[in-house]
Design a protein around this ligand. Structure first.
Ligand code: DQA
Length: 137
């Protein structure tokens, strides 16, 4: 299968910021582990801090079987990303490394979940792997 992993705002700081919440692995290290896990699949990785660029990446993902999206804090308020997901036929699974429901109240609400195929959160870097595996069920 062909997967597109999209990481949004501040996910480039993974391994540097809030290590107690997001772990010590960098995003490059996480992406390498994902590639190894899916060695018989095609994995592409994209990260941007900019909301519009994430919308463009979603719009241009027509050749992929699935998008695994960790939009970071945009999850909680970006109607632009929500509309981008709703405008494409490629299914999107929303991902969070942390268990957002066990954290601050503003993280309990996602404006993306309603237009996503499913949501995985709370399993650290394995959230990405579980989300992509779901496309194989
Ligand atoms: C996150 C959770 C978000 O609430 C937060 O803003 C992030 C990361 C996660 O992976 O747990 O940046 O999406």
């Amino acid at each position: 299968m062909k997967f597109l992993f999209i990481n949004g705002v501040n996910l480039n700081m993974t391994g540097v910021r809030e290590k107690g919440v997001y772990g010590t692995q960098t995003l490059d290290e996480i992406n390498l582990e994902i590639s190894k896990h899916f060695k018989n699949d095609i994995c592409e990785f994209y990260q941007s801090n900019s909301e519009g660029d994430i919308c463009t990446a979603i719009q241009e993902a027509s050749g992929f079987d699935g998008i695994i999206l960790n939009a970071g804090a945009y999850t909680h308020y970006s109607y632009a990303i929500r509309d981008a997901i709703a405008s494409v036929s490629v299914p999107v699974v929303e991902v969070h490394m942390s268990n957002v429901h066990a954290r601050e109240e503003f993280r309990h609400k996602s404006v993306l979940s309603e237009v996503c195929k499913g949501v995985i959160c709370g399993f650290g870097m394995n959230s990405y792997i579980l989300a992509a595996e779901s496309f194989k069920l």
